[in-house]
Design a protein around this ligand. Sequence first.
Ligand SMILES: *Cc1c(COP(=O)(O)O)cnc(C)c1O
Length: 231
Amino acid sequence: MSDIKKNMAEIRERMDTAAKKAHRDPASVVLVAVSKRHSVEAIVEAYEAGQRDFGENYAQELRDKSKELAELKDIRWHFIGNLQRNKIKYVADSVSLLETVDSVRLVEELDKHAQKHNRIIECLIQVNVGEEEQKSGCTAEDAADILEAIKASKNLKPAGLMTIPPWDLESEQTRIYFKTLKKLREEMGGVEVLPHLSMGMSHDFEVAIEEGATYVRVGTAIFGERPPRLV
Ligand SMILES: *Cc1c(COP(=O)(O)O)cnc(C)c1O
């Protein structure tokens, strides 16, 4: 078995164990393979092992990869990077799920593009739970307005909430961020309105699953260290 296939099998097993520990159905947690800066060959290898949800961070990179892999029609591309409004055009015809919706203006612009391509795009509202200044994501207060804007749109669908804890924390230290995101979901209408919680990465996905994650975004633990960003 190749490394990628072996890694994916190991991660799936750890995900299932974490879900059972939390008395959750393992099938309720979806692995998003974060393939940023990895080759299309690596993506194909994961795809052949049954992986369908892939996460990308850079708009042009997603455009190029989705074009190259257009034959794999059931891939679901998650965009998980910071998306400037002038780059929506690169992802609008391929992205299934935009995980980083953090302003009403982004919602309005995204809806225009989704209509143009006659597609429905699912949205996760990215909340900056730690309220760190340097990071992307909206405040808990703004999240309600963004949800209303998504509901009022024609071609966008509210799908849940997403968060990224500070990058330098140990896995157990991230738990409070995940708990806070889940609590916010309850305040915003609960699982009926916002079914998904995207939280947890290579080093803390088990903690995130214990706290209710339905999407975990795992890169390094599947594909290995990322090559440097191409310029
Ligand atoms: C890169 C990235 C990941 C994956 O991180 P790993 O530590 O490689 O698993 C997850 N989420 C976001 C938002 C990312 O940018």
